[in-house]
Design a binder for this molecule. Structure first.
Ligand SMILES: C[S@@+](CC[C@H](N)C(=O)[O-])C[C@H]1O[C@@H](n2cnc3c(N)ncnc32)[C@H](O)[C@@H]1O
Length: 282
């Protein structure tokens, strides 16, 4: 029997440790294509293009489809990107590419959430929003201050026996329903004031996986995060009495994840996967 909490230090493009149709919900935030802090994640292909980066993520999305039960749900947190190459400005709408790719895999796309990060700053990271023109029209750009939480279902909705007690024990309140099932969420981002690796991870705030796990799974379900980072989804799966399996490619993050899980005093099995499979890329 599998332990309730498993972390695999390895590559989620091959999740051989997860059996077919054994996961009820995926909650994850992948590296964002064309956002420079994530370039290293995609660096196995030399000078990877926007297309290559999404092909890299597709390997994992295919595995997510295999691992989910029929009616299982995948929630993907992603932001769009802007980049100037050779003097040419370009918007990279990662959210629409991921929707297209999930549709190609046969998922049903459900209405998504716009995660608005409240900010007092008039422009993004102090640059980019008002490029070159200050208060003068027409050459300023709109700030990318929204992220997306895309929601997909594998086939038809899950069915349950009548009055399933685990489902009834998992119910949300009217206030929670009204807030969570509206399209814009105003949730402050996490202060990225950690050092080194922990800072690099770009953790999402606990409120995001907390809501998604409560909305789209029931007590005792198995939650998967194929891009675990600092382990936020693992922590919330523990808090909310769900089981968990997750993958993180960087071995240096194992201790960060371990520390995150320790607060719950639950047993987590850490496995080392075989080395990254290079021939998958390029
Ligand atoms: C945006 S971060 C996830 C942050 C996470 N939601 C948190 O709250 O800490 C993406 C993570 O995916 C990892 N990663 C990238 N490619 C991977 C792969 N193929 N398999 C497993 N992990 C991968 C990166 O090392 C990084 O830690």
């Amino acid at each position: 029997m599998s332990p309730d909490y498993r972390v695999i230090i390895g590559d989620s493009r091959r999740m051989s440790e997860v059996t077919d149709e054994s996961v009820h919900l995926t909650v994850t935030s992948p590296p964002y294509p064309m956002v420079s802090i994530w370039d290293d994640s995609f660096a196995e292909a030399s000078a990877p293009s926007y297309h290559d980066m999404h092909e890299y993520l597709n390997e994992t999305w295919r595995e997510v489809r295999r691992a989910l039960i029929p009616g299982g749900i995948a929630c993907i947190n992603i932001g769009d990107a802007t980049r100037t190459s050779n003097g040419v400005f370009h918007l990279y709408p990662n959210h629409s590419r991921i929707i297209e790719n999930f549709e190609k895999l046969g998922f049903v796309t459900l209405p998504y959430v716009l995660w608005k990060k409240p900010t007092n700053r008039p422009h993004y990271k102090g640059k980019g929003a008002f490029l070159g023109s200050g208060f003068l029209p027409p050459n300023a750009y709109v700030t990318l201050d929204m992220e997306y939480i895309l929601i997909f279902r594998k086939g038809a909705p899950r069915s349950f026996p009548p009055k399933d007690p685990r489902r009834y024990e998992s119910k949300f309140t009217k206030k929670e329903r009204d807030e969570w099932f509206s399209q814009v969420w105003k949730v402050p981002g996490v202060r990225q004031d950690m050092e080194g690796l922990e800072r690099r991870v770009a953790a999402f705030p606990e409120e995001i996986p907390r809501r998604l796990i409560r909305m789209f799974s029931i007590l005792g379900d198995v939650v998967l995060d194929p891009f675990l980072g600092s382990g936020t989804t693992l922590k919330l799966a523990m808090d909310l009495d769900r089981k968990f399996v997750g993958y993180e490619k960087l071995p240096q993050l194992a201790d960060v994840i371990r520390r995150r899980a320790e607060s719950n005093h639950r047993q987590v099995e850490f496995l080392e996967q075989r080395p990254v499979i290079k021939e998958l890329v390029g």
